[in-house]
Design a protein. Structure first.
Length: 86
């Protein structure tokens, strides 16, 4: 299986913060028959490069073959410097 990791960067001019976003893998389904949709899976991590102890982790759950439910995700924000978790 081919798995490639993509990164994006977001700069906030007002605060001077720069965030690195590790994007989750995406896959296209029903390209030939049915309604096409994009499915997002696994984990996305967002790191504040100015303060690397601040991180956000978002876990995407794949919809699966028979699921009609909306996309489901869970997340956690951590600040290892202060020991806080949200």
């Amino acid at each position: 299986m081919f798995n490639q990791q993509f990164k994006a960067y977001v700069d906030l001019d007002t605060t001077g913060d720069r965030y690195e976003v590790d994007l989750p893998p995406m896959s296209a389904h029903n390209l030939v028959i049915g309604t096409m949709y994009i499915d997002v899976g696994e984990t996305m991590t967002i790191t504040n490069l100015k303060r690397p102890n601040e991180k956000c982790t978002v876990k995407f759950e794949r919809r699966g073959w028979l699921s009609k439910e909306a996309f489901k995700l869970t997340g956690e924000v951590t600040d290892t410097g202060s020991g806080k978790k949200g």
